[in-house]
Design a protein around this ligand. Sequence first.
Ligand SMILES: [Zn+2]
Ligand SMILES: [Zn+2]
Ligand SMILES: [Zn+2]
Length: 251
Amino acid sequence: MTKIKFLGTASAWPIPRIGCKCKVCKSKDKKDIRTRPSLLIKNKGKNILIDVSPDFHQQALKENLTRIDAILITHAHEDHIGGLDDLNEIYKLNKKTITLFTKRRIFRLINIEYPWMFDKVLKFRPLKKAFKIDNLEIDYFVVEHSVFTIGYIFKIRGKKIIYAPDCNGVKRKEKIMNPDILIIDSTKEFNKQNSNGHFSVKNSIKFAKEIRAKKTYLTHFDHHSTHKKLQKKVSKIGNFEVAYDGLKIEV
Ligand SMILES: [Zn+2]
Ligand SMILES: [Zn+2]
Ligand SMILES: [Zn+2]
């Protein structure tokens, strides 16, 4: 059994936003409390972390996460790498260097900001082609966003899972067609246009249909809609689920 856990499902800032009086930020529903984006895959006893959110410390405490075996980075925006320094604590517990996979041009940016992390805590491995960690196959594809960004393709026991938390389109879709599970950027309000390199909900749904995803999880949210209201709306459209912090999928 492979478990996928949403550690954080907000966009660049957590929800509730500081001082905001909107319906989402004032909501009492736990599903409307969102930390910044990280995803955890648990497979064969290994913990694979996709992006290290600035809220990683809190996420790790909540999940009782004391070991990370590999890290995959989508891009060098702060909401996806701001927790890297917190990995010092994980290193102290295990005394084991963690391999960080990403494209070289993304690593260059990370290394400017966090050079000390690559002394002993992390070791960089450039992504070139598909590789495996145990029986989990990992590949990537380039997405359109405001900076150079990739999404990930996971294959396990005949299932294909796509993760692209920051994205407003994909030019070359061959590799990502027909996924069993798509986890996709839905930062902007339903009927708005894409902006700042992010899909609106309407356009992430359109994209999911284009690539014929069997099941889609929407993620990376601004405070535009409560979980309950948006879930009701997207359920009428098809097999769409509004992700929330702590949501678990078993594959
Ligand atoms: Zn982001
Ligand atoms: Zn708000
Ligand atoms: Zn971004």
